[in-house]
Write a protein that binds this ligand. Structure first.
Ligand SMILES: *Cc1c(COP(=O)(O)O)cnc(C)c1O
Length: 451
């Protein structure tokens, strides 16, 4: 079958609002050409992020009603604990309000001045939480993972030789753990192979390093292993997940990704001493260990989400529909990061708009044009976000889980191809106001040839 059908039907709908280009011109002008400044009702198709934007299922909404809001020992916690440990069989499971809270607690326990923590690529909140403790965050993704056009099945893999040299240079005593991000979000949602995970485990065994996963998109990663890696085609995604987690000593998780909920996260650990310290910190900033930063009903929704995320019909639809968007625009000539990752399509704005120098933000120009042309909100990932350290000028179109249908995506494809066909008319932008940190959220722009 060629047609990708959504493996669900719609029980409850949320309207989206059609607007004219003229209206959008006025909305984006009022937002100073910053897409973060728009109101959500001014956006038709919102591809800003896949985080916390999933549609919950009828079973998840039913579970919300079961939420036990007892302060201590809530039934919801035990259902949550059961669901997590069925896939991730760690000894301690500590609920937090989202992924970064799990990171903050973990690195407060194991980070600190002089420590260094390697990863394939640290996500920005992970890096920030490590650096906040005075430790250093080091990225060791394979060379192939840095080349946007190069096709490789597991561009999220860690470079094992680089890991060994890093250990030599740093000294094993300064490395509290090795981390691995599944899938590699900052590298384009690219997966890590089981072989790479096994190889990293071997190095960890040699030096007695705990291996900690940043597990936000673990199910998407497992599905890529199933379809791309030899020997896994006949295994269930659950079996693959169990093998993946058997190599780890703990994980951080944002439930806003592969647990199909709108808020939540957790920290898993096997080490009793680390877990005791983490729970002490949890009580200071999140809450009692049986609810963390969440309501009982949120824990129930996560428990159901973790079952649903392993459904292979869902994962097939998820991975294929993201790929479908990438394939269609790429076939029309639009340059994208290849192969398409699990949760997003990245347009290479620098290659698409060679007449706009990076000093005039080709990614921002394209993101604004996609909004003007069709009410689509994507996210610049380039010089606006990272300043002079930007490696690429990308526009990320992140796909919320179970939210948009194929006709929404076909519309997105039409809009992108329309913009591509008149790409030579696009002109660059300047930043006319910026705050001191994280400028991309609030800075103001204007087009180069306007006053
Ligand atoms: C989203 C994300 C986080 C942080 O999780 P939040 O729930 O947004 O705090 C950490 N790592 C990766 C890879 C992520 O995608």
């Amino acid at each position: 079958m060629k047609t990708i059908i959504e493996p669900f039907r719609i029980k409850s709908v949320e309207p989206v609002y059609m607007t004219t280009r003229e209206e959008r011109e006025s909305f984006i002008r009022d937002a100073h050409y910053n897409l973060f400044g728009l109101k959500s009702v001014q956006v038709l198709i919102d591809l800003l992020t896949d985080s916390g934007t999933s549609a919950m299922s009828s079973n998840q909404w039913a579970a919300i009603q079961r939420g036990d809001e007892s302060y201590a020992g809530s039934e919801s916690f035990f259902r949550f604990y059961q669901a997590v440990t069925e896939i991730m069989p760690f000894k301690h499971v500590i609920p937090t309000h989202q992924g970064r809270a799990a990171e903050k607690i973990l690195f407060s326990v194991i980070g600190g001045e002089g420590k260094q923590i390697p990863n394939n690529t640290h996500f920005d909140t992970t890096r920030a939480n490590i650096e906040f403790t005075g430790a250093r965050a080091v990225d060791l993704v394979i060379e192939e993972g840095k080349n946007p056009q190069l096709i490789h099945p597991f561009k999220g893999n860690m470079d094992i030789d680089a890991l060994r040299s890093f250990i030599d240079e740093t000294g094993p005593e300064n490395i509290p753990c090795v981390m691995l991000t599944l899938t590699n979000n900052s590298g384009g949602g690219q997966p890590v192979s089981m072989q790479n995970i096994r190889d990293i485990r071997k190095v960890c065994d040699e030096f007695k390093f705990p291996l900690i996963f940043d597990a936000c998109r673990f199910a998407e990663n497992a599905y890529f292993i199933k379809i791309r890696e030899d020997g896994f085609g006949d295994k269930s995604v659950k079996e693959i997940c169990l093998e993946i987690f058997s190599y780890a000593d703990g994980c951080t998780m944002s439930a806003k990704k592969d647990a199909l909920v709108n808020i939540g996260g957790f920290l898993c650990l096997n080490d009793d001493d680390w877990a005791a310290k983490a729970r002490n910190l949890l009580i200071l900033t999140e809450g009692f260990p049986t609810y963390g930063g969440l309501a009982g009903r949120d824990l129930d929704a996560i428990a159901v989400g973790l079952h649903e995320i392993l459904e292979e019909d869902y994962l097939h639809y998820r991975i294929r529909s993201t790929e479908y968007l990438g394939e269609k625009i790429n076939a029309a000539g639009v340059p994208i990061v290849l192969p398409v990752g699990g949760h997003a399509v990245y347009i290479d704005a620098k290659a698409m708009l060679p007449h706009i120098p990076t000093t005039h933000f080709p990614g921002q120009t394209l993101a604004v044009e996609l909004y003007l042309a069709g009410g689509i909100r994507g996210c610049e990932i380039g010089s606006v976000m990272f300043g002079k350290s930007a490696q690429m000028e990308l526009v990320r179109l992140a796909i919320p889980r179970r939210v948009y249908t194929q006709s929404h995506i076909d519309y997105v494809i039409e809009v992108i191809i329309g913009v591509y066909e008149r790409r030579n008319e696009l002109r660059g932008m300047n930043i006319i106001y910026q705050p001191e940190v994280l400028r991309h959220f609030t800075c103001h722009f204007k087009y180069v040839d306007t006053n």
